[in-house]
Design a protein around this ligand. Structure first.
Ligand SMILES: NC(=O)C1=CN([C@@H]2O[C@H](COP(=O)(O)OP(=O)(O)OC[C@H]3O[C@@H](n4cnc5c(N)ncnc54)[C@H](O)[C@@H]3O)[C@@H](O)[C@H]2O)C=CC1
Ligand SMILES: O=c1[nH]c(=O)c2[nH+]cn([C@@H]3O[C@H](COP(=O)(O)O)[C@@H](O)[C@H]3O)c2[nH]1
Ligand SMILES: [K+]
Length: 530
């Protein structure tokens, strides 16, 4: 589609084309280098990608990418190491859909973070690893409350009221449905099916065996116990029936889901690294807003010399080529780009330091590619089109906080906002709220007298309910595939190559063009996305 055409070849039917000048098709739009050659920082909203030619179906677009030098993913999506975004539930869901989650480090102890990594590594589809339990001395009223809140129909009874406690019985709807409200003060132990009469399975049982048992016994729930009789998980027949295939899941060499974990640049991180490596963490993210520091470089070199093979290390954050060079020289396997672009970030306002995210991703990716190191574009992803734009600028993956914070799998409970909207809390890791959460994060900030004055770099916010990752991430993936189809590229490798050789074109958009590109001129509208 390149080359020259005569103006008159356009179907204007007027016959006035005689002698018309040849027009250079390649002159239309800007190459990426032209887009960024002005000395002004651009971000995703400042440009469009121009359409190409479609000769393939949307589902055939392949989003396989590199997270780090050695780790490949089928979807270029990473969840942020933030305490309102990624713990095990989020990481499991992200990995099942081909991305990866990075467990945050704002726990009371390193062991708490290690436990979250282990939950991902031990995850097996169909097994509910944190079933809601009840104590024998609780009442029917307590059970009704659980039922109303979570909708469960079968609840295991353990001595502690938690998973891990000794299994004493199971109480189902059938056991309590016909008990009148007057008797709701009765104790669970008097209505439950006691352990002697319960069908259970031993740890290590396979899903297919569990399914056969449930079918044969006509039961809905199968508690899984260890040798000591402690409840380790629960299998629900309804879950097994709807057990899905996740053809793109991110698995490690031994078939466990992949997961990452964040660490700070403090001395104590060496202990964390040892513990995380011991439970098989795939990737460690050194978490800092300004990655070009002596602390980070020394830590990075230490990890690389101590653990030659695994794990992979993502260093950052950076926004300039000089910063990226220091971290790549020190051994980084991936580079995280973004300073102040996040939805909850106030770094550019407070520190006066940072960079427009589009320019940062373009500049750092151009350099990192020459060193064979993938870039993760972190922060400022407001919607699915922003992901496609970040990838077009050279990123191999995007990292998202806010976009995922309102989902079911994000830590924290939903609550109702003043206008009747269902919300979840979302906060910056540099917000006072997050800094004050644990002593470990406190000492990061207030380790000596000179650090006693707090300077917040983030805010505390709320996010609208976005439903489950199991619906949202497939929507994101399909949205990116549609973007690629419009651009006319079938995979990420081709996108990067065609952007660099100038066949994928861009265009800077004026403030008015930005308004035009959004929803406008309507009395009211309803924005349903999927
Ligand atoms: N991507 C972004 O734009 C931003 C992200 N954040 C997030 O907030 C959290 C905190 O970020 P930062 O404040 O950059 O954390 P940081 O731990 O890198 O820096 C906090 C302070 O501690 C100092 N420090 C770090 N390691 C040290 C060591 N070993 N010895 C002595 N002093 C040391 C630093 O120089 C700095 O003054 C992170 O989760 C980060 O991702 C915060 C601001 C911006
Ligand atoms: O200036 C900041 N102050 C903070 O307190 C803070 N906490 C997180 N982050 C960074 O923001 C990213 C998530 O951004 P989004 O919500 O836009 O996806 C994350 O992935 C981080 O890079 C912070 N930046
Ligand atoms: K910001």
């Amino acid at each position: 589609m390149s080359g020259k055409v005569a103006n008159g070849a356009l179907p204007n039917g007027s016959g006035e084309h005689e002698g018309a000048e040849d027009m250079d098709l390649m002159d239309d739009g800007q190459t990426i280098h032209e887009l960024f050659d002005g000395k002004i920082g651009l971000t995703y909203n400042d440009f469009n990608i121009l359409p190409g030619y479609i000769d393939f179906a949307v589902h055939s677009v392949d989003l396989t990418t590199h997270l780090t030098r050695r780790i490949k993913l089928k979807a270029p999506l990473v969840s942020s190491p933030m305490d309102t975004v990624t713990e095990s539930e989020m990481a499991i869901a992200m990995a099942l859909h081909g991305g990866i989650g990075i467990i945050h480090s704002n726990f009371a102890t390193v062991q708490d973070q290690v436990n979250e990594v282990q939950k991902v590594k031990r995850y097996k589809q169909g097994f509910i690893s944190r079933p809601q339990c009840i104590k024998p001395t609780d009442t029917i009223r307590d059970l009704m409350r659980i039922k109303a809140q979570f909708g469960f129909t079968g609840t295991p009874v353990t001595d502690t009221g938690n998973v891990g406690g000794k299994l004493l019985g199971l109480v189902t709807s059938r056991d309590v449905d016909f008990i009148s409200e007057k008797r709701w003060g009765d104790l669970i132990k008097d209505v439950m099916v006691p352990i002697e009469k319960l069908i259970t399975a031993e740890e290590g049982t396979t899903l297919s065996h569990a399914y056969e048992t449930l079918e044969k016994e006509k039961k809905g729930k199968l508690p899984i116990v260890n040798k000591k009789g402690e409840l380790t998980s629960l299998i629900a027949r309804t879950d097994l029936k709807k057990a899905r295939d996740f053809p793109h899941s991110s698995y490690d060499e031994v078939g466990q889901l992949r997961v990452g974990a964040a660490i700070s640049t403090r001395e104590t991180s060496r202990e964390a690294v040892r513990a995380l490596v011991a439970v098989g963490v795939d990737v460690i993210v050194i978490d800092s807003s300004q990655g070009a520091s002596l602390y980070q470089i020394e830590l990075l070199k230490w990890i690389k010399s101590e653990f030659k093979e695994s794990p992979q290390i993502i260093a950052g954050n950076v926004v300039t080529v000089a910063q990226a060079k220091m971290l790549i020289d020190a051994g980084a396997d991936g580079i995280r780009v973004g300073m102040g672009s996040g939805s909850i970030c106030i770094t550019q306002e407070i520190m006066a330091v940072g960079r427009a995210q589009g320019t940062a991703v373009y500049q750092v990716s151009k350099y990192a590619r020459s060193r064979g190191v993938p870039v993760i574009a972190d922060g400022g992803i407001r919607d699915v089109g922003y992901i496609t734009k970040a990838l077009s600028l050279g990123a191999s993956c995007v990292m998202m906080g806010g976009l995922l914070a309102g989902t079911t799998e994000a830590p924290g409970e939903y609550f109702w906002g003043p206008s009747g909207v269902r919300l979840k809390k979302y906060r910056g890791m540099g917000s006072l709220d997050a800094m004050e959460a644990h002593t470990s994060s406190n000492d990061r900030y207030f380790q000596n007298e000179s650090d006693a004055i707090k300077v917040a770099q983030g805010v505390t916010a709320t996010m609208r309910d976005r439903g489950s990752i199991h619906k949202y991430v497939p929507y994101l993936v399909r949205g990116i595939q549609h973007g690629f189809q419009d651009i006319g590229v079938k995979d990420l490798f081709t996108l990067h190559a065609n952007v660099l050789n100038g066949s994928v074109k861009f265009e800077r958009r004026s403030p008015n063009a930005q308004l035009e590109g959004g929803v406008h001129s309507l009395h009211s509208y309803d924005k349903r996305l999927f």
